[in-house]
Design a protein around this ligand. Structure first.
Ligand code: ADP
Ligand code: ADP
Length: 224
């Protein structure tokens, strides 16, 4: 489903060039969850942006779903670190942003979102604003928005890092259930080794900057 072939990425700044990734190679099978782990600054976020088509590799190729990634892809959903919720919009409106952009009718929005919000434990909170939600609830709204367009790939940057342990466990369990139902291929960035082992059927360990793949571990017991 995902193939990263010999990818390098260098940030060009006025103060000079920063090599973020060097010679990255790995693949993720359809339906698999892959955890990217490594020290701060090793290029995990950069790699997620590359997979999302928000950055272009300087060298090498990225393939997702049989196509070479050159720009954001409709079936790839991305959840960035700050959740990306609009504070002046309600839970429902935030979750419906993607469907609105695609001009789904009100009726089809309800058909898509109601079951998703229920599955994510957000039923009854539809009219709240983000400032009236806990961190875990905000993350659930971001997940609802990401899943509303039936993606086949989900990319998440440190999805649970701001949450307390109990909230984190609940949300991880919900995510595993949703993934297994939808056969989502997921890549998540984490610096929490327990999280990587719990969720990642494949674990990619990065070295210090510039990021290289140090090891790839298969962990078939994860995610279920
Ligand atoms: P991680 O997510 O693993 O913490 P990042 O992908 O954010 O790592 O960063 C990888 C490297 O690229 C770091 O050395 C970081 O300082 C550098 N970097 C990230 N973003 C930029 C940028 N916009 N300009 C220059 N250097 C950057
Ligand atoms: P309806 O108009 O469909 O009956 P409500 O206005 O009663 O819906 O709200 C539905 C749910 O959203 C309720 O559980 C309510 O607690 C919650 N809710 C709505 N608005 C807010 C708000 N401003 N702050 C907190 N919760 C809210």
């Amino acid at each position: 489903m995902i193939r990263v072939i010999d990818v390098d990425y260098i940030y060009q700044n006025p103060s000079g060039a920063v090599t973020a990734l060097e010679g990255i190679n790995f693949s993720v099978a359809e339906g698999q969850t892959c955890a990217l782990i490594g020290p701060s600054g090793c290029g995990k976020t950069t790699l997620l942006y590359l997979l999302a088509g928000l950055l272009t590799p300087l060298r090498g190729e990225i393939w997702v779903g049989g196509e070479r990634v050159c720009r954001p892809r409709r079936q790839t959903a991305v959840i960035l670190q700050d959740y990306g919720l609009l504070p002046w919009k309600t839970v429902w409106e935030n979750a419906a942003l993607g469907l609105n952009l695609r001009r789904y009718s009100r009726r089809r929005q309800v058909e898509k979102l109601s079951p998703l919000l229920a599955a994510l434990g957000l039923k009854g909170l539809e009219k709240r604003y983000p400032s009236q939600l806990s961190g875990g609830q905000k993350q659930r709204v971001a997940i609802a928005r990401a899943l509303s367009l039936d993606p086949d790939v989900l990319l998440m940057d440190e999805p649970f890092s701001a949450l307390d342990a109990l909230t984190r466990e609940g949300l991880q369990q919900t995510l595993i259930e949703i993934q297994n139902q939808r056969r989502l291929t997921t890549v998540l960035v984490t610096h929490n080794i327990e999280e990587a082992v719990f969720l990642g059927q494949k674990i990619i360990i990065f070295t210090e900057a510039p990021g290289r793949v140090k090891a790839v571990l298969d962990n078939p017991g994860a995610g279920g």
